[in-house]
Design a protein around this ligand. Structure first.
Ligand code: ZN
Length: 182
């Protein structure tokens, strides 16, 4: 069924800024979980990431890249609307994003803004925990969300790299968005 608010991110996100996501989630009798018009899914991280573990290495890399792209593409409208709601204040956008991440069980996020970069440190990434030991970083969904946040707050497309990952033996996952300084 068409959702009339789907193309109006301002309508769907305004409540996100005024209250915590955790308080807004609603379980409906049809077996769905909603934040307003947006449906969510609760899933064990080991089940989700077990899909990737079962893929050959090349396919796993492709799947992770697609995962990052999907999160960035689907999340950017919401991030853009958050940004407008907080008066285009980058610090407020980062605080709102970190709070929403925690409410979704995506770990404890700490942004580290810098010149021509935006760092992100994540403790307890469910993607790393769910995947288990790996030869390359696996937290592509977080990288995708950082790409959306950095692109919206800077107004330019940015590249994001996960520079350290718990799945590779690091103590925490670290990400970096970089763009050209001018
Ligand atoms: Zn990671």
């Amino acid at each position: 069924m068409d959702d009339p608010t789907r193309d109006d991110p301002t309508a769907t996100v305004s409540a996100s800024v005024t209250g915590g996501l955790r308080q807004r989630l609603r379980w409906t009798p049809d077996g769905a979980v909603h934040d307003g018009p947006r449906r969510y899914l609760l899933m064990r991280p080991d089940v989700l990431m077990g899909v990737l573990r079962r893929l050959p290495e090349a396919a796993r890399a492709q799947a992770l890249a697609a995962f990052a792209d999907s999160v960035a593409d689907n999340g950017v409208d919401s991030i853009r609307a958050y940004f407008r709601q907080v008066g285009e204040d980058p610090s407020a956008l980062l605080a709102t994003t970190a709070a929403a991440a925690a409410d979704l069980g995506w770990g404890a996020w700490r942004f580290e803004p810098g010149r021509a970069r935006l760092g992100l440190v994540v403790e307890g990434s469910p993607f790393a925990v769910g995947h288990g030991p790996a030869d390359a970083p696996v937290c592509a969904p977080i990288a995708g969300m950082l790409r959306a946040v950095a692109s919206v707050s800077t107004g330019i497309e940015v590249d994001v790299t996960e520079t350290r990952c718990v799945a590779c033996g690091a103590a925490r996952c670290e990400f970096e968005a970089r763009w050209a300084a001018c």
